[in-house]
Design a protein around this ligand. Structure first.
Ligand SMILES: [Zn+2]
Length: 176
């Protein structure tokens, strides 16, 4: 039988802070519920985070067993001093998800310590910058009145005087 496996990506803070939109098709996108503590309201990082959360991001808490397993593992591999509590949670969530049958789990991260521990635990990972799933994008302002798009962050349209809205676009869609 040739069943399609459900894909699950676990993302770390660097994936969110990369400022790159992640395009996943039907895959599930999961991160730790505590990640919000690392991302301060306001600014582009926060917008990226909100965007992902509205689109598809699922927030989870790792199981105690998995957290314990990860803590033991990172002591063994020597990565313990290089991993934040969030990194540990990301790994533990990946470990939890990996226990399911008929799913394909991968951590999206550029962090070498996370990659190292993932390898040790036989969890797949993808590097963010080398992965083909990243699309180039940009936050721009779009006029709520006339619909004109602006590269710069402006709140009032200079053409018709309406308010603008922040939107995400692909780079080539900017009309100046
Ligand atoms: Zn306008």
């Amino acid at each position: 039988m040739n069943k399609d496996k459900k894909k699950i990506f676990i993302i770390d803070t660097s994936a969110i802070l990369s400022g790159k939109p992640l395009s996943f098709g039907n895959a599930e996108l999961i991160t730790t519920i505590n990640i919000e503590q690392e991302i301060k309201p306001g600014g582009r990082d926060y917008l990226n985070y909100i965007y992902l959360k509205e689109k598809c991001l699922i927030l989870k808490t790792p199981s105690k067993d998995s957290l314990k397993k990860i803590k033991e593992t990172i002591e063994k591999t020597g990565d313990i001093d290089r991993l934040s509590i969030f990194d540990t949670e990301i790994l533990a969530i990946a470990f939890d998800e990996n226990k399911q049958k008929d799913v394909e789990v991968a951590i999206l991260t550029d962090d070498y310590s996370i990659q190292n521990v993932a390898t040790y635990l036989k969890i797949k990972f993808n590097s963010i910058n080398q992965n083909g799933i990243i699309k180039k994008f940009k936050w721009i302002s779009r006029c709520r009145g006339c619909g004109k798009k602006f590269k710069d962050n402006i709140s009032i349209c200079p053409i018709c005087g309406s308010d603008t809205k922040k939107i995400v676009i692909k780079k080539e869609e900017i009309d100046e």
